[in-house]
Design a protein around this ligand. Structure first.
Ligand SMILES: Cc1ncc(COP(=O)(O)O)c(C=O)c1O
Length: 374
C-alpha cells in the first residue's frame, strides 16, 4: 500500500509556478556569465536582498536596510549562524520553546549549546514560565545567550504570540539583558486572524536577530533564507560565514520570478494551502473523534494533535504505517525528546483527496491502538 505522508513540512506542488519560473530562468540565464563565474560574497544576491527588505517593510511597516539582509542557504543556515553569533563557545545556554523545530534542536545540540525549554500555551511561549526560568537561571549565576522563539505559526503547535505577549517578552528580555532571535520561517504563510508585528518592529535592541525563509512561501528546494541584523551583530554573523555566499543561480531565478509579484504569489500560494488546512482539520475532526484535541492554525503548515491519554503516539505511528499513513511523533519536536501525547501532521504537500484518505486511515489506526498506553 502506498503511504500517504503527513510527516514533513513540504509546500504545495499544485501551486508551484512551473511555466513562469521556467520563463524567469530563461530570462536571467543569458545575463549571468559574470555572476556565475564569481563567488557571490557574504551578503548574497543584491536584488533578492532588496526584495526581502521590501517584503519585511511591507509586512512590518518599518525601514529595513538591504545592506542588513544576508541571504542564506535556507533559513536553517540562518538559524545556525544567527544563534552561534550570540554564543561565545563556552557555557553557552539558550532559552526557547520546549517544543520547537527539530532541525534547530539538532543544530543547537551539535553546536554544544545547552537548551532550557519554556512550556507553551495557545499563544506560544508562556511568559510566566519564561520569567520563572530567567529568575532561576539568574539565581544559578547563568545568563542565556539569547531567547530563540518561533512566535508566529509556531512549529509544531501553530500558536501565534499576541503583540501584548511579545511586549511582555521584550520587557523581560530587557530586564535580564538578553537578545531575542526570532525565527519567522512561516511568516506570510497566513490564512486568517491577526498578524502581530515581528520583534524587530517592536524593539530596537541592536543585538536582535531575525530569520526569514523563502521555503514556505515559495519552495524549499530553492534553499533560500535570510537573516536581518544590524551592525555590529551583523559583522559577528558574517564572521561565521565560510561558504563564500549563497547560491547565485537559485537567488537570481527566484528574484526574477518574484520581483514583480511577491504578494500576488504569496496570496495565490496561501489560497491553495488554506483549502488543504481546512480539509485536514475537518478530516481529523471527522475521523479522530472528539477525544483528540486538534489545532486549527491561522497560518503555517502543521496541525498539532493531542491524543487521548490511553494512546501511545509511537504505536499509533507504527499502526498508521500499516494502514498507509505517516505522521510525525510529537516527541521529536521536544528539546529533550520527552514523550508527550502528541503527533504533528503537515498538510502542504498532499492533495485534498490524499488528506481525506489519510485522515481516514489515521482514524482507523487510532481505533486499533486505543489502550496502548494504558
Ligand atoms: C521553524 C523553522 N525554522 C527553520 C526551518 C528551516 O527551513 P529552511 O531552511 O527550508 O528555510 C524550518 C523548516 O521547516 C522551520 O520549521
Amino acid at each position: 500500500m502506498d503511504i500517504i505522508s503527513f510527516a514533513t513540512g513540504n509546500t504545495n506542488p499544485e501551486t508551484f509556478p512551473v511555466d513562469a519560473f521556467a520563463e524567469a530562468a530563461q530570462r536571467v540565464m543569458r545575463t549571468m556569465a559574470v555572476d556565475l563565474n564569481t563567488y557571490p560574497g557574504k551578503l548574497g544576491h543584491p536584488g533578492l536582498r532588496e526584495l526581502m527588505a521590501q517584503r519585511e517593510r511591507d509586512r512590518e511597516g518599518v525601514e529595513v536596510d538591504p545592506e542588513h539582509v544576508v541571504i542564506t542557504h535556507g533559513s536553517m543556515q540562518a538559524v545556525t549562524m544567527g544563534v552561534q553569533a550570540q554564543c561565545t563557545g563556552t557555557d553557552d545556554l539558550i532559552v526557547l520553546e520546549e517544543y520547537t523545530y527539530v532541525g534547530s534542536i539538532r543544530a543547537f545540540e551539535d553546536m554544544g549549546i545547552e537548551m532550557v525549554g519554556v512550556p507553551l500555551d495557545g499563544e506560544g511561549m508562556r511568559i510566566d514560565a519564561l520569567a520563572e526560568t530567567l529568575e532561576r537561571l539568574k539565581g544559578e549565576g547563568r545568563s542565556p545567550r539569547c531567547i530563540y522563539t518561533l512566535a508566529t505559526y509556531q512549529n509544531p503547535t501553530g500558536a501565534v504570540m499576541s503583540e501584548a505577549r511579545r511586549m511582555e517578552l521584550i520587557a523581560l528580555a530587557r530586564r535580564h539583558d538578553i537578545p531575542v532571535v526570532e525565527d519567522n520561517c512561516y511568516g506570510d504563510v497566513h490564512y486568517d486572524g491577526d498578524k502581530p508585528r515581528a520583534f524587530y518592529a517592536l524593539d530596537d535592541d541592536p543585538r536582535q536577530v531575525y530569520l526569514g525563509s523563502l521555503s514556505k512561501i515559495f519552495a524549499p528546494g530553492v534553499r533560500l533564507g535570510y537573516i536581518v541584523a544590524k551592525p555590529p551583530m551583523l559583522e559577528r554573523i558574517l564572521a561565521r560565514r565560510h561558504d563564500a555566499g549563497p547560491n547565485t543561480l537559485a537567488s537570481a531565478i527566484t528574484h526574477e520570478y518574484l520581483k514583480d509579484r511577491l504578494w500576488d504569489h504569496i496570496e495565490m500560494a496561501n489560497d491553495g494551502l488554506k483549502v488543504k488546512r481546512d480539509a485536514m482539520v475537518s478530516g481529523l475532526r471527522r475521523h479522530l473523534g472528539n477525544e483528540c484535541r486538534i489545532s486549527n492554525p491561522p497560518g503555517g503548515l502543521f496541525i498539532w494533535v493531542k491524543l487521548p491519554d490511553d494512546v501511545d503516539p509511537g504505536r499509533l505511528i507504527e499502526v498508521g504505517n500499516e494502514h498507509g499513513v505517516d505522521v510525525a511523533h510529537g516527541s521529536s519536536f521536544h528539546i529533550h525528546n520527552n514523550a508527550g501525547p502528541y503527533v504533528r501532521l503537515a498538510f502542504g504537500y498532499p492533495t485534498v483527496a490524499e488528506i481525506e484518505g489519510g485522515t481516514q486511515r489515521l482514524g482507523e489506526a487510532l481505533r486499533r491502538v486505543r489502550g496502548s498506553a494504558a
